[in-house]
Design a binder for this molecule. Structure first.
Ligand SMILES: [Fe+2]
Ligand SMILES: [Fe+2]
Length: 322
């Protein structure tokens, strides 16, 4: 059984067998009126396009949109316009229960135990008790903690993998603390900043469905993570004894303003220095990750530059990648 990313041009004209998740099916017509399908398959390491010429025989391809079957594929490795192309010779569905799904869903490259330890260390930097309780109850308790530690942080673009929210939150926390220490913010400001960094994308555990679906939920579509997050945080704050009104306003404004502009989905602008630091740290984490993962995705092509990365508005030089 091969991993998708191990299949290279060294395998040209040979047959390979692998297990993957079928994540997209596009049925297309040939010039002569026949039908074929472009399938997208993925495992933990990469995604690959797969051609299937005999569509008629595979009636299970007409599956519901949110079902992602596990398939065992026997395919011929070819090349088309300089890129690797796999053509399916044989596909069979595999029982999901017999498969370790972790092998088929991309995951953060960071060590999971280390990430959870860092998360606790950031919480323990908070010295204002009600703020610490807020973080304990929103993040470190079930039913939230497990989801917070496993969900992806996005549908595409950045941190769209297992443990994505966790890794992204840690990156944002790290960047925030660097700025706070460099600019010598006082302890109260640091407490508020850490709290808003913890909570800014918290509601993605409600906005998204778990992997491999990674679909936006009904709540996510109708309300979005910025509103859901601030709503939950506000409700929780009201239940906590002795929560300072100014802390509440600043933390809520940080969550509401973290996209940094009204046209990027924030209903208000960041109104405190903590909120502005959060916004910049969030943008830095997302932008850098999207560039790095895009470069990796396009590693195979022989071009010096990547294609244009739509969210950054430019292409990137791949020279430094190895
Ligand atoms: Fe966000
Ligand atoms: Fe974020």
């Amino acid at each position: 059984m091969r991993e998708l990313k191990s299949i290279t041009k060294d395998d040209l004209n040979q047959e390979v067998t692998f297990i993957a998740l079928l994540i997209d099916v596009k049925i297309k017509s040939t010039k002569t009126g026949g039908k074929y399908a472009d399938l997208t398959v993925q495992d933990a390491g990469s995604k690959q396009l797969l051609k299937l010429w005999d569509v008629a025989e595979e009636d299970w391809l007409q599956r519901p949109k949110d079902d992602f079957p596990v398939i065992e594929v026997n395919a011929l490795v070819g090349e088309y316009q300089g890129k690797l192309q796999l053509t399916a010779k044989n596909i069979r569905q595999v029982d999901k229960d017999s498969i370790d799904m972790k092998k088929l869903v991309p995951s953060s490259k960071w060590n999971f135990d280390q990430m959870r330890q860092w998360l606790e260390e950031f919480r323990d930097r908070i010295q204002t008790d009600p703020i610490k309780s807020l973080i304990n109850e929103m993040v470190f308790q079930e039913p939230y903690y497990e989801k917070f530690c496993t969900y992806p942080a996005a549908k595409s673009v950045h941190h769209n993998f297992r443990h994505g929210i966790l890794q992204h939150t840690l990156e944002v926390l790290k960047y925030c603390v660097v700025v706070a220490t460099t600019k010598r913010l006082n302890q109260r400001q640091v407490d508020r900043l850490i709290a808003m960094a913890f909570l800014h994308d918290w509601a993605k555990i409600i906005e998204y469905e778990p992997l491999p679906s990674n679909k936006i939920s009904d709540e996510g579509k109708m309300l979005g993570h910025i509103f859901i997050g601030s709503h939950h945080v506000m409700n929780k704050i009201e239940l906590l004894e002795g929560f300072d009104r100014e802390d509440a306003l600043i933390i809520l404004n940080g969550i509401l303003g973290h996209h940094g502009a009204l046209e990027w989905g924030s209903p208000v602008l960041p109104k405190s220095v903590e909120a502005q630091i959060l916004h910049q740290a969030d943008k830095l984490s997302g932008d850098v990750e999207s560039i790095l993962s895009f470069m990796q995705e396009q590693e195979e092509s022989r071009e010096t530059f990547t294609d244009r990365l739509w969210n950054m508005g430019t292409d990137y030089y791949k020279g430094g990648i190895s």
